[in-house]
Design a protein around this ligand. Structure first.
Ligand code: KPL
Length: 319
């Protein structure tokens, strides 16, 4: 059985595409007593629709794999509830945005096979019981703990039964950083300016801050040994994705619109913390983090009490 912890867009996407008799959701520790089944309609990338009813698992003793698709800020707490009930041999794949939450899990369970994934699949929930596979992309999976290395081919093979494109990635940290750069350069601006991704490009606030932001990130990447991109290259990458996803509501703007806690602590906030550790000043990341936090009401949506947003629109860009 493949378990999925996190019933948002991404979790529901994998659940819809994995073999239906081999997949089940794990309830969040703070969830109300869950009904026996999670039902929703799934719209494939080709536009066909089908109804799904997947079990909520209470006893995860026969798991062969666990996919964790919770928000970055919920991941450690959700896993700490389940880990004592899950055998130590079960590979765990972390799908979180940003950085920091993956390392926290790997640090608390170094003896387990912990992997991280980065995906460009696009999915959203126009309403709570409907999941749309909005854009096809690719998924990269790599080992975070040494114990995960021998498991990687098997994990990739299991994920590939979905028909999605899944790659084994030796440099998963580099992949996660590449995504972090894009999220750090788009998400806070869309949240602060309350606009779709493409509209940040011509905005004066973006224009004023993007170059110093990219210089901060390039300095951190060089210090961490994550390639040696120039600030100009980072800006180009950010602007290309903003143009390719111009009409999208970013996940961070979606969180603000739904009055939910954002992932800022794992994106620009992570870069601020890293800068403090490395003694590299990060005033623009700090400014963006502060401004987003001022917007965030730290209150769960009453309309979507499972903590998931109908605006969640996962990585619909290519690369
Ligand atoms: O990944 C994204 C997000 O919204 O979190 C981007 C790339 C900004 C696409 O919307």
């Amino acid at each position: 059985m493949i378990g999925i912890l996190g019933a948002g867009s991404l979790g529901r996407l994998w659940a819809a595409l994995l073999p239906q008799d081999q997949v089940a959701f794990l309830p969040r520790p703070d969830a109300d007593p869950a009904p026996a089944l999670l039902s929703y309609s799934f719209e494939s990338i080709q536009g066909s629709q089908r109804s799904l009813a997947l079990p909520w698992l209470q006893q995860p003793d026969d798991l062969s794999l666990l996919l964790v698709t919770t928000k970055a800020g919920d991941t450690l707490t959700a896993l700490q509830h389940w880990l004592p009930k899950i055998p130590e041999s079960v590979p765990i794949v972390l799908f979180q945005n940003g950085l920091g939450s993956q390392q926290a899990v790997a640090d608390t369970s170094p003896q387990r096979p912990i992997l991280a994934a980065s995906t460009t699949e696009g999915a959203n929930r126009p309403d709570p019981n409907r999941l749309v596979h909005a854009g096809s992309g690719e998924t990269w999976v790599g080992a975070l703990t040494p114990r995960a290395r021998p498991e990687l081919p098997g994990v990739v093979a299991q994920l590939a039964t979905t028909g999605l494109v899944v790659h084994a990635e030796d440099q998963i940290l580099v992949r996660l950083w590449q995504k972090l750069v894009v999220n750090a350069g788009i998400n806070p601006f869309t949240a602060i300016l309350d606009c779709p991704n493409g509209d940040i490009l011509a905005n004066d606030f973006f224009q004023r801050h993007i170059d110093p932001l990219c210089r901060e990130i390039a300095g951190l990447m060089a210090a961490e040994g994550i390639g040696d991109p120039t600030a100009g290259e980072l800006r180009q990458r950010i602007e290309t994705v903003a143009r390719n996803t111009a009409r999208n509501t970013s996940s961070m703007r979606g969180d603000i619109l739904n009055r939910r806690t954002t992932e800022i602590d794992f994106i620009n906030g992570y870069l601020v913390q890293l800068g403090q550790r490395l003694d590299i000043p990060t005033p623009v990341n700090q400014l963006l983090t502060d401004r987003v936090k001022q917007l965030s009401p730290h209150k769960e949506s009453e309309e979507f009490p499972d903590g998931q947003s109908p605006f969640e629109d996962l990585h619909p860009h290519r690369g």
